[in-house]
Write a protein that binds this ligand. Sequence first.
Ligand SMILES: Nc1nc2c(ncn2[C@@H]2O[C@H](COP(=O)(O)O)[C@@H](O)[C@H]2O)c(=O)[nH]1
Ligand code: MN
Ligand code: MN
Length: 479
Amino acid sequence: MVAADKLKKISEDVWEIPTDYKPGMNVPGHIFLSDRLIEGLESGAIDQTANVATLPGIQRYSMAMPDVHIGYGFPIGGVAAFDTETGVISPGGVGFDINCGVRLLRSELMADDVKPHKVDLINALYEAVPSGLGSESKFRVNDAQLAEVFRTGARWAVENGYGVKADLEHCEENGEMKGADPAKVSKKARDRGRPQLGTLGSGNHFLEIQKVEKIYDEAVAKAFGLKEGQVTVMIHCGSRGAGHQICTDYVKTMEQASRKYGIKLYDRQLACAPLSSPEAKDYFAAMAAGANYAWANRQIISHWVREAFSKYYKRDVRMDLVYDVAHNVAKFEEHEVDGVKKALCVHRKGATRAFAPGRSEVPVAYRDVGQPVIIPGSMGSASYVLAGTQRGMELTFGSTCHGAGRVMSRSAALKDIRGNEVKRQLLERGIVVKAPKDAAIAEEAPEVYKEIDEVIAVVDGLGISKKVARLVPIAVAKG
Ligand SMILES: Nc1nc2c(ncn2[C@@H]2O[C@H](COP(=O)(O)O)[C@@H](O)[C@H]2O)c(=O)[nH]1
Ligand SMILES: [Mn+2]
Ligand SMILES: [Mn+2]
């Protein structure tokens, strides 16, 4: 029996997990997948989506985007919104890499100018930005500076010479989530985060030089400053050891809190606390600090990317920030539920906010067209820029997918795939890959991910975000 047999197809690409799927479900689950993608859906991801539906105060549905796969407690690709009075917050609904996210720089360069230099350019980026699992940064922050990073995020970086003010206007939350409190971050998390600020991290994190291959919506693309043939650079990374430790610390706090507040957990990894409790407030303050660390991190890395291009071309190469999205975060937002405006805490775990035109959270420059949504595919496939829609506000609390989503585990990839062969095949297609070791390439081979075009067809078809541009890789530096 394929996992999908447990689901009820209620409309094109929408699969329901009914509330009688398991005891304790407060709302149904909705999984957004095409008939083809549903074939590969793990039954564990259905169970996880159903488990989330048992949490107190969940609104409308527990949702999973088409990049869904098994995660820690909540599925990756999961979206769940909780009433601020009756609901909960859960570190498992945010993930260990707090504010892992993606930003896109648009350059003034065209692909034909860059392609002959792609090896030198990717080497320059690889040199400029430290990467790898325990990698340490080229610069050091002291405790007081780290506390400022936790409090003010990307603004700290810009005020210290890493970028320009306009960058802040083009970040979700302006790169500075309010309510962060460094005092709620443990010494262990600070010690892990201090040496890693300004590092890419490992594996799935990357820097990618891309070409805008196709524009689907000229007017929106123009608002985003994108045109066919243009070179862009995509940066994917998060909060490194700092975020990981914050999550680890608060999972323990929440396990105790769940018992204290009598919350029945169908999976220990869903540990959570009522949003009104001191434990929830402490976690939110620490999570926001982790999110700010990640925004500062992507901001510093952007500065080094700009420096590397300018140094290589021996002139000031203009690289403006299109936008920066968080895809592992919980946020307080206002949404309409059954015709009533409500304050909700929306968890997006491997999911991207995709707000419609007119929302005050969307930067002024994009308010008429909707929030830019940046969706990476893999080092051998396309990535996409989309825009948020009103349909998304209605159907998914303004959310969409965050990537293609894995279909093969890292261990299976290491067993079945040879990194040097993947590298050779990609080079044959004109894509240069630079990574610390061949094993890292095997773990991240294009075939370990779903087909991004199919995933994007689902979100575009449902109308929860709409296609604006398709980007293809020229050269990739993997962490
Ligand atoms: N364009 C590229 N996309 C990539 C690459 N490696 C991974 N990915 C995609 O990113 C998402 C998000 O990853 P996550 O670790 O935050 O879940 C993933 O689902 C892939 O689709 C790459 O080298 N280039
Ligand atoms: Mn990520
Ligand atoms: Mn990450």
